[in-house]
Structures are given as structure tokens and as C-alpha cells.
Design a protein around this ligand. Structure first.
Ligand code: GLA
Length: 327
């Protein structure tokens, strides 16, 4: 009887080990499209915190284009990584990324930017965590409309800069959400000008916005919105360079990382009026934990997780951060 019990116990232990790898053996990759951007730095930081907590390893790689993505995935495979999280530089690389991951026998989940197939629809089989883009864009639009009214500007004479990156679906959802709320508040569609950026950084947004502002130099009051804080900061820098005073432009970004906070901390207010704070902790810590659980315990992450945001203005961002538990 005792022997039988011992054998059963040994069997149970063997099954437990077969089902869950030891944390120290788990290695996951975390590839991001723009490693210099504070948002992605924060995602990496939180992924590292998850790794430390559980005792697994995170290999972090920046990949700004398709070629770098391909070699990053091969590199992860060669390092004995079992799965990776990626924010791709181009969502159309979707099928190629999945094929590369398969070839290297790596599990893959995406963060921020969701992969699309040849027909442009999302690769729904790849687990994804993104922001609730339309809702967050709407929050931006509502806050801009409220501020236009508060300042007593006549909507008909206000210009709007739509800093755009239309090849990225989440970017379109964000700016279209903002536009829907502006229009609902009575903002004329004809006053919304597209400023297409070549890349999703501040410099590209500055260049795109400068063209719009120069073309419409008769307009006195402006609002600006875009994909992220960097896009809106580009529009604000452009307004400064063409001599628009900071109280004649209201920009609201999305992100809430250092790019926004440093701007709020400037001693005199710039046109960067607010941001919708999103959560790099969820996108970094939670995706890393998801991938860990997938590799170690064969528990697949949810197919789609959409995270929320909280509007913070120059005047109240410290309180909003405190309420969100960000120090
Ligand atoms: C995109 C943007 C980033 C950030 C994330 C949030 O990847 O390029 O700046 O806003 O979405 O999901």
C-alpha cells in the first residue's frame, strides 16, 4: 500500500513537472518598434519587473523595420527563447511575423499594434493587447471641444490639426474618435486638416504640422490631436516655430509617459494641454506574465484585451497619476 502511494506521488510530481517548466528555464522576447520612445521604455521596464518577480528572463530587442524584425525573431530562436511579445513597426508584416515565429517554434503575442493579414483584417488568432483606441480618441475630442468652448473661441474659425498615420489601424481609430466628438460639438469638418507623418515620432509630426500651419496662416486658434503624445508635441513645436502663441493652440495627446510629463513640468505652459494616460504597466507587465504563463503552464493568453485611459490635464495630472497609482 505504502509503495503504491509512493508510486502515485512520484507520478503526480512527474506530471506536474511535465506540465509546467521551471521559471528559470523560461526565456521570452519583447520586440518594440521604437525603443527610444518613453512608452516603449516603460513597457520594457514593467516586463522586467514581471520577470524579476517570477524568475524568468526577458530579451529586449528594438526593431524599426521589417528586416530587423525578421532577424530579431531568428536571434530569439537562436537564444533558446520560447515565446515573444511584439509591437511591430508595420502591421502588414503580420503573416511574415507569424511564419517566422512558427519556423523558430516560438509562441507570439502582440502589444499596441495589432497584426493584419493580406486583406487588412486583424490576425484574430494572435493574442493581442491594445488600447481602446476609439474610446480614448473620443475622450481627446471631448476635452478639446470643452476647452474651445471654455475659451470662447468660435468653432467656425478654429483649425484642427489631425496628425495622422493612417497605415496603422489603432492610429486611425484614435484620431477618428477625436473627430467624431469634435463634430458632435459643432466643429466644422472643413476646418480639420490632415498632417500625415512619415513616422510616429515628434520630428515627423513637426514636419507634417508645419506644412498645415503655413498653408493656413490666416487661422488664429488651433487644436491638435494624433496617435500619441509625440504626434501632438510635434504639432505644438510646429506652432511655436511659426510664431503661434501658446494660448492660441490646445493639444491633447495619448500616452502620459515622460514625453508628456516633462512638458507639463515646464515652468511656463506650452500648448500641450493634456494627455490621456494609458497603462504601460498593463502592456508590459501583464503581457510578459501572459507569455510566461503560456510558455510555463500552457495557458494561452486571451485573444483580445483592450485597456482604458484617463484624461489628465496640465492642471491636474499629478492628482490623476496619484489616483492611478503612478508615482
Ligand atoms: C502605438 C503608438 C505608441 C503607443 C501605443 C499604445 O504603438 O505608436 O506610441 O501609443 O500604440 O498602445
Amino acid at each position: 500500500m505504502r509503495l503504491l502511494k509512493a508510486a502515485m506521488l512520484a507520478g503526480t510530481v512527474a506530471i506536474m513537472f511535465a506540465g509546467s517548466a521551471l521559471a528559470a528555464d523560461v526565456k521570452i522576447g519583447f520586440i518594440v518598434k521604437q525603443p527610444e520612445e518613453p512608452w516603449f521604455q516603460d513597457e520594457w521596464k514593467f516586463a522586467d519587473i514581471a520577470a524579476k518577480e517570477k524568475g524568468f528572463t526577458v530579451v529586449k530587442i528594438g526593431a524599426e523595420d521589417g528586416e530587423k524584425v525578421q532577424s530579431a525573431i531568428d536571434n530569439l530562436g537562436a537564444q533558446g527563447v520560447q515565446g515573444f511579445i511584439i509591437c511591430t513597426p508595420d502591421v502588414k508584416l503580420g503573416p511574415g511575423i507569424v511564419a517566422k515565429a512558427d519556423a523558430n517554434q516560438l509562441k507570439v503575442m502582440t502589444v499596441d499594434d495589432r497584426l493584419v493579414g493580406a486583406d487588412g483584417s486583424p490576425l484574430a488568432d494572435v493574442p493581442h493587447m491594445g488600447i481602446s483606441a476609439t474610446k480614448i480618441g473620443e475622450d481627446v475630442g471631448k476635452a478639446l471641444a470643452a476647452e474651445i468652448k471654455k475659451r470662447g473661441w468660435d468653432m467656425k474659425s478654429v483649425g484642427a490639426i489631425r496628425v495622422s498615420y493612417d497605415q496603422l489601424p489603432t492610429a486611425v481609430d484614435r484620431v477618428e474618435g477625436a473627430i467624431a466628438m469634435l463634430k458632435e460639438a459643432g466643429f466644422p469638418a472643413a476646418n480639420i486638416f490632415d498632417a500625415p507623418q512619415a513616422k510616429t515620432d515628434t520630428e515627423a509630426a513637426l514636419n507634417a504640422s508645419t506644412t498645415v500651419l503655413n498653408k493656413h496662416s490666416d487661422i488664429k486658434h488651433w487644436v491638435a490631436f494624433g496617435l500619441n503624445d509625440e504626434a501632438v508635441l510635434g504639432a505644438i513645436r510646429a506652432s511655436e516655430s511659426v510664431g503661434i502663441s501658446s494660448d492660441n493652440i490646445v493639444g491633447i495627446g495619448i500616452g502620459g509617459a515622460d514625453s508628456a510629463i516633462n512638458e507639463f513640468k515646464k515652468p511656463s505652459a506650452t500648448g500641450f494641454f493634456g494627455t490621456v494616460i494609458i497603462s504601460p504597466k498593463r502592456h508590459g507587465y501583464e503581457t510578459a506574465m501572459n507569455m510566461y504563463d503560456w510558455v510555463a503552464n500552457n495557458k494561452e493568453p486571451p485573444k483580445l484585451t483592450l485597456t482604458s485611459g484617463s484624461l489628465a490635464l496640465r492642471g491636474d495630472y499629478e492628482k490623476v497619476r496619484k489616483d492611478l497609482g503612478i508615482e
